[in-house]
Write a new protein. Structure first.
Length: 196
């Protein structure tokens, strides 16, 4: 009988120790949260690398139809204690910086958004309604800039907003004078193209 009581006491002690160990483990990890960086579209020719709190991960899959679940496949996933963190994300053509707040035992989805580049076509002599076609879209140059260089998006220029890449263009004046060429633009940047 003493042996049974002794074995029961050992089993109860081991059970209580196990529960205490699990509670300590759970209490430690309950203070952490999932932070998931994601993108709807690929706007970089290389994976986007995200750094938070000296930890690095990369985005290699995209979610055009809406946000993924926390810890989504191909997202940059981090497990961090509650707090506010600065982050930097870098791709081949863009850099994103910001801060994000992580709450205790939660899930935070942080989208990295692509900002396309701008392309502006312009002339310094008579602009007789020059039609510029780029990637299937058209715009017109209606104003010339003989003494200054316009900035991107200036009214009277042919303006386009495009993801990073190299594009062929054609331009035709009312007098049927044609121009053609290609232009490279990066995300979050401006390319000015003067037609001669």
């Amino acid at each position: 009988m003493k042996k049974i009581t002794f074995l029961a006491a050992i089993a109860a002690t081991m059970f209580l120790a196990s529960c205490m160990r699990d509670n300590g483990y759970n209490n430690y990890y309950n203070n952490y949260s999932n932070l998931t960086f994601w993108m709807a579209a690929n706007c970089s020719t290389s994976p986007v690398v995200v750094t938070v709190d000296s930890q690095t991960n990369q985005i290699s899959q995209y979610y055009p139809n809406g946000a993924p679940s926390c810890g989504g496949i191909g997202c940059a996933n981090f497990n961090l204690p509650a707090g506010t963190y600065s982050y930097i994300a870098t791709g081949s053509d863009s850099t994103w910086r910001g801060s994000v707040t992580v709450t205790k035992s939660g899930c935070v989805l942080q989208q990295i958004q692509c900002t396309p580049g701008s392309i502006t076509f312009w002339v310094d002599s008579a602009a007789n309604n020059i039609k510029v076609t780029l990637n299937g879209s058209s715009s017109h140059i209606t104003v010339s800039f003989p003494t200054t260089t316009p900035s991107c998006g200036t009214t009277g220029c042919a303006n386009f907003s495009m993801p990073a890449g190299t594009y062929s263009y054609t331009a035709v004046t009312d007098a049927n004078i044609g121009y053609s060429g290609s232009v490279t633009v990066k995300n979050d940047s401006c390319a000015l193209v003067k037609l001669y």
